[in-house]
Design a protein around this ligand. Structure first.
Ligand code: ASP
Length: 465
């Protein structure tokens, strides 16, 4: 498609929006303090912003009301965008996966694609975990934090951390067999109604397999019905993506305006370690794997991959949710990277629930960081335990904002590191969540490219606008 005729390409618009959002958010956080409000006649900003009456706000003029409206609009646009994507997440997993499984038709071919997909997920996960163990051990980020900073952060975030530890305990008490059983829903409609993604994946997969087992003429109308719906949902995604730049701006600006950059400073070494590890996975491991697995003459070069994935990556960054990003991930893989629809429809929904390299890497480095912070010496066997536990836990982590932090309690307990430490990583979690979600989402597209590349079905021409 001709980018020139359509103005700036979408991915550039989204990236520009991201940078602008950070800048505006930082300015608001720095300068929009209580005294700025009081200059406009607002004595109690919290009450004013939530429309609660307060004596202190009687002088609030039009300017203050207008500013409040801007901030509310900003919040609305961001939430509206995420909500429309969530609306699409369940139908897209359901219909895409049914037609992908049923469309492969031949169970042997399905088996081959399935095995390749799982091998790719497994390989990238193991490499990501190995990178994390090496970085966590040799960079030793826990040795950089001062005693005073540690006490301060623990104090500030301990309440929220306790809540997450409790959720993790509930999950752990469930036991592994109950967890495995829980993947198969007793009622697929309730799984769909409650957006239980793992169960929706299982239902779609089973229905798809069922369709391959009945006569073709009986299956065809059902597949055509699902195809029509899947196409309609994808058309909605393309429509929604027009407002993506504005939504990304709103989401980021609000986030930076609320938290600022302050929390980052005291645990900078840890953050850099996580971001460095994620960068190694994203810029070295993935490109190398895709280069090897795509045919000569049609290689997936890093430039081609990152240009194609930019809309999904920026959305992953601003939403911190691979589930919410899923429709865009599928669209990027299909329309921009040249992955055939049947492979993208099959790999991406499964990847969103199972393939979490960024999450695994993050959990390993965080647990090692906390162990170092508490002065707990871990043996080699314990390092390996952390790696294995994080890999297993990452597979079960849902693609939602902050999900890792809840699941991390399980990894911490496996090697006896105090779970209160979660309070420390919680302080900077959102920024790292945004970064690891990019890796989680990209990993799914990598698997698409690897499967399509080795099947010889990766298209040459891709849309870059
Ligand atoms: N936010 C991540 C995702 O959606 C999950 C996590 O917390 O690691 O992929």
């Amino acid at each position: 498609m001709n980018a020139g005729r359509r103005g700036i390409a979408l991915h550039w618009k989204v990236i520009i929006a991201l940078v602008l959002g950070v800048a505006v958010g930082a300015i608001v956080h720095e300068f929009w303090t209580a005294s700025a409000w009081s200059a406009l006649g607002v004595g109690n900003p919290a009450a004013f912003r939530t429309h609660k009456p307060s004596e202190a706000n009687l002088d609030a003029g039009t300017a203050a009301t207008l500013l409040r409206l801007v901030s509310e609009l900003n919040d609305f646009v961001g939430r509206f965008f995420l909500q429309t994507l969530r609306f699409i997440a369940v139908p897209i997993v359901l219909f895409s996966l049914i037609i992908a499984v049923a469309g492969v038709g031949d169970l042997r071919k399905l088996g081959r694609i399935g095995v390749k997909t799982l091998l790719c997920f497994g390989f990238t996960l193991i490499v990501a975990v190995a990178i994390a163990v090496l970085l966590g051990k040799f960079v030793a980020p826990g040795t950089f934090v001062s005693e005073a900073a540690r006490a301060q952060i623990l104090d500030q975030y301990s309440g929220e951390a306790a809540q997450r530890v409790q959720t993790a305990h509930q999950l752990k008490d469930q036991g592994v067999w109950a967890y495995l059983l829980g993947i198969i829903p007793t009622n697929p409609f309730s799984a769909i109604a409650n957006a239980q993604m793992m169960q929706v994946v299982a239902s779609a997969f089973l229905l798809g397999v069922g369709l391959t087992l009945i006569p073709k003429e009986r299956a065809a109308p059902v597949v055509a019905f699902c195809e029509g719906l899947a196409e309609a949902v994808m058309a909605l995604v393309r429509l929604i993506m027009f407002v993506a730049p504005i939504a990304v701006f709103c989401l980021i600006a609000q986030f930076v305006a609320t938290v600022g950059m302050g929390a980052l400073k005291s645990v900078l070494a840890y953050c850099l370690c996580v971001v460095g590890g994620l960068a190694i996975v994203l810029f070295i491991e993935y490109p190398a794997l895709m280069y090897i697995c795509t045919p000569k003459g049609n290689r997936m070069t890093p430039g081609r991959f990152f240009r194609g994935m930019a809309p999904a990556a920026t959305l992953a960054f601003s939403s911190s949710s691979s589930s919410a990003t899923l429709p865009v991930t599928i669209q990027c893989a299909r329309d921009r990277l040249g992955v055939p629809a049947d492979i993208a429809n099959f790999v991406c929904p499964i990847g969103t629930t199972l393939n979490m390299d960024g999450t695994a890497l993050y959990q390993v480095i965080s647990v090692l960081f906390l162990a170092q912070l508490y002065g707990i010496e871990l043996t080699l066997a314990q390092h390996i335990t952390v790696g294995i536990m994080a890999a297993v836990v990452a597979v079960g982590t849902p693609g939602l904002p902050g999900a890792s932090v809840i699941m991390m309690a399980i990894v911490l307990e496996s090697v006896g590191v105090p779970t209160e430490g979660i309070a420390i990583v919680l302080a900077v979690d959102r920024v790292l969540d945004m970064s690891r979600t990019i890796v989680n989402v990209s990993g799914d597209a990598v698997a698409c490219v690897v499967v399509a590349g080795t099947e010889g079905t990766l298209a040459k021409e891709t849309v870059t606008a």
